[in-house]
Design a protein around this ligand. Structure first.
Ligand code: GDP
Length: 456
């Protein structure tokens, strides 16, 4: 189902840089580019072999616009599997847009977000989970995330799913043959083997689901909120974690009135961190809005940094915070270890677990805090080479497969007929084929690529 149109987009970020790339993909890529590009060699791109670079000039009518190098890729040996030209020109916003306009006015259509990668998928160059690996790689914000995304792109998840699916497919085929052709000499299905195969698939998928949260933490990041009453040192902690003066720090209570947000990378764990307004009762209308926002952040955050001041006795506001944090993923932090200790932290530890002691001002306890975060979120010693899921779509497919496999196991244990067991196994296979895109509906495929940027 290859689309016949030739598409084009700027593939480099919109900014000033040494090089800008306009990518063109489709049957007429070379012919269209030939209308605006003249190689110094005199050779037309339409006559070029693949994997060749041509140096020349871009023209708007009679006027030369820029010097450029055009890379030629011939189908199927290109990213999209189609004929591709990449015009490498100078990287100015005006210039790249102008050259794109020239390409479009000579017969190409503007590429939709993710359309190059979608074509790669439709042309069998990659499955859906690899395409999603491309997306994760582009948006990776840390070493671990980039490694994990690269391995996804290299097929770590595809291979794992294929492995699980092929074992399920072979039992499903055997069962179907046994049920459909009872008179033929088909070997009887061994119950123990059948159960083992289903159980192994179940365990493998469960492992993938178990790694989901930590995988998300190294790739997309998790929402974390710094909460506490005024003046415990939330903003100082925010600044320690971001590495610069992101939040205003003063001794005046109620300084942070709105949520201040920043993404930080703590030893490979990506946190979308929010410094919130100190929680207290207040008559100040602006501060009150801030406090309400803090409460919402606390409700929604995947991880809460609950900060207490070690140099003062715990107050009602601290106790209220402890109540609000109960049952949530929380790291209790006692700040100001450089001052004399007045707080009795047993109440905190009895309710929220072991406290991490820090001095946000001096940076003491920083390493222990990072370590605690990594252990809690599961990014410590995270194996980036193993298969992992990187989005909700993939997680849902695995959840569905797991449910079908659980039903298959129950059916085996209840001694149900082989075709009843077969239906459950087929359900799991379908869910896994949807994950790799082999059986995904057009709507699902469109949705996956809609999340890409234009030019990718
Ligand atoms: P917030 O209202 O919770 O955001 O607290 P701030 O970060 O604005 O800090 C309130 C006051 O406590 C400021 O005067 C900070 O300099 C001080 N402070 C914060 N952390 C520490 C710490 O670790 N040790 C000491 N001695 N003072 C701190």
């Amino acid at each position: 189902m290859t689309d016949k149109t030739t598409i084009a987009a700027i593939s480099t970020p919109m900014g000033t840089g040494g090089v800008g790339i306009i990518r063109i993909s489709g049957e007429n890529s070379m012919e269209i580019t030939d209308k605006i590009f003249k190689a110094f060699s005199g050779k037309a791109l339409a006559d070029s072999e693949g994997y060749r670079a041509h140096y020349g000039r871009i023209f708007d009518g009679e006027n030369a616009v820029d010097e450029a190098i055009c890379l030629v890729f011939r189908a199927p040996h290109s990213y999209t599997g189609e004929n591709v030209v990449e015009i490498n020109c100078h990287g100015g916003i005006f210039l790249t847009k102008k050259i794109l306009r020239l390409v479009l006015s000579n017969g190409a259509s503007p590429a939709a977000p993710g359309e190059f990668t979608k074509r790669a998928f439709l042309n069998g160059k990659m499955d859906l989970s690899k395409a999603e690996g491309v997306m994760s790689l582009i948006s990776a914000q840390g070493e671990q995330g980039a490694n994990a995304a690269y391995n996804l792109l290299e097929g770590s998840l595809s291979r794992k799913i294929e492995e699980i699916n092929s074992s399920l497919l072979s039992v499903a085929a055997h069962m179907a043959a046994w049920v459909d052709y009872p008179d033929d000499e088909i070997e009887e299905i061994d119950d123990t083997n059948l159960r083992n195969t289903v159980q192994t698939a179940f365990t493998e998928i469960n492992t993938l689901l178990d790694r989901f949260d930590s995988g998300m933490a190294v790739t997309a990041g998790v929402d974390a909120a710094i909460v506490g009453k005024p003046n415990v040192g939330k903003s100082t902690l925010m600044n320690l974690l971001t590495g610069y003066d992101r939040s205003i720090v003063t001794a005046v209570e109620g300084t942070t009135r709105d949520v201040v947000e920043e993404t930080v990378n703590l030893n490979g764990c990506i946190l979308r961190l929010s410094d919130t307004a100190g929680m207290r009762e207040t008559g100040d209308i602006v501060e009150k809005i801030g406090v309400d926002r803090s409460r919402k952040k606390l409700e929604r955050a995947a991880v809460i940094f609950a900060v207490f001041d070690l140099s003062r006795e715990l107050s009602d506001e601290d106790n209220e915070l402890i109540e609000m944090c109960k049952g949530k993923t929380v790291i209790p932090i006692i700040n100001k270890t450089d001052l004399d200790r007045k707080a009795d932290i047993s109440v905190i530890e009895n309710n929220l677990g072991k406290c991490v002691a820090i001095s946000a001002k001096d940076g003491d306890g920083y390493d222990e805090l990072c370590d605690t975060v990594a252990t809690l979120i599961g990014t410590k010693d995270f194996d980036t080479s193993a298969a992992m899921l990187v989005n909700e779509r993939q997680r849902l497919c695995c959840e569905n497969a797991l449910q079908s496999l659980q039903e298959a196991l129950d059916a085996i244990d209840f001694g149900l007929t082989l075709d009843a067991i077969g239906v459950c196994i087929d359900g799991a296979i379908s869910a896994l084929l949807e994950l790799t895109g082999q059986k995904a509906s057009e709507a699902v495929v469109d949705e996956v690529f809609r999340q890409f940027c234009v030019g990718k």
